[in-house]
Write a protein that binds this ligand. Structure first.
Ligand code: PEP
Length: 255
């Protein structure tokens, strides 16, 4: 299964900075064998990124979106607005959306349905907090987040789905999960998702690991088959660091 490495820039980079990053990343694209690459800049840089990425295989994603299509929703961005810029993927339920902005499971479910309705590939983020982990609740938390997001969805409506296992305690802390813990969680995520969706998903479902991934540790994750790529925050902000990470992922997966 082809790896997918996605950059989540969060609230970083102006449009001008994005163009400069994209131009430099394109110069290194020939080094990225066997890896699909996705950039998720802020909304305000999507147009500039789309123009800068023309002629490249690097894809464009958004970090969030509304569950509505249009209307009186001040400050929100709708799926058709994203599609206009060539956005193909959307991150939903990131832990910062859940924990800082109070997005509940039912909101994430509505956004997921909207993404599928508009042909956007969701990157659904799930993960336990440090407290839930120490309480031995990781599996229960993952199953509950997945159930809320996926139960009862029509399998036929899902051409492609990405689920990012992102333990909250590992995000931005420099303390990544161990590759075996990430692989165990990724297996659990795949089997729970397939059960909820009524059958094997094969390549239509890829499970990423996210949480303090960098060029030095990516190989440990992607050489374990349950992990099909990574969602990367901090290490995606500098072009050489990110390009080194993608290259390392491709080389590790080839071995
Ligand atoms: C993220 O925010 O999705 C993430 C994984 O961040 P970091 O790589 O910085 O831990």
């Amino acid at each position: 299964m082809k790896l997918i490495i996605a950059a989540n820039w969060k609230m970083h980079k102006t449009a001008a900075e994005t163009v400069s990053f994209c131009n430099s990343l394109k110069l290194r694209e020939k080094e990225f064998s066997g890896v699909e690459v996705l950039l998720c800049p802020p909304y305000t840089a999507l147009s500039a990124a789309a123009a800068a990425l023309k002629g490249s295989a690097i894809k464009l994603g958004a970090q969030n979106m509304s569950w509505e299509t249009e209307g009186a929703y001040t400050g929100e961005i709708a799926a058709p607005m994203l599609k206009e810029f060539g956005v193909t993927h959307v991150i939903l339920g990131h832990s910062e959306r859940r924990h800082i902005f109070g997005e509940a499971d039912n909101v994430i479910r509505k956004k997921l349905e909207q993404a599928l309705r508009f042909g956007l590939i969701p990157i659904l983020c799930v993960g336990e907090t440090g407290e839930q982990r120490s309480g031995g609740d990781t599996a229960a938390v993952l199953e509950s987040q997945l159930r809320a997001a996926l139960e009862g969805l029509d399998r036929e409506s899902i051409a492609e789905l990405i689920i990012a296992y992102e333990p909250v305690w590992a995000i931005g802390t420099g303390q990544a999960a161990s590759p075996t813990d990430a692989a165990d969680a990724a297996s659990l995520v795949r089997s729970a998702a397939e059960k909820l969706l009524g059958g094997a998903m094969e390549g239509a479902l890829r499970v990423q690991y996210g949480g303090s991934v960098n060029a030095g540790n990516i190989d440990g994750f992607v050489t374990l088959p349950p992990v099909n790529g990574a969602l990367v925050g901090g290490a995606s902000l500098a072009v050489d660091t990110f390009a080194d990470l993608i290259k390392a992922a491709g080389e590790a997966a080839e071995c």
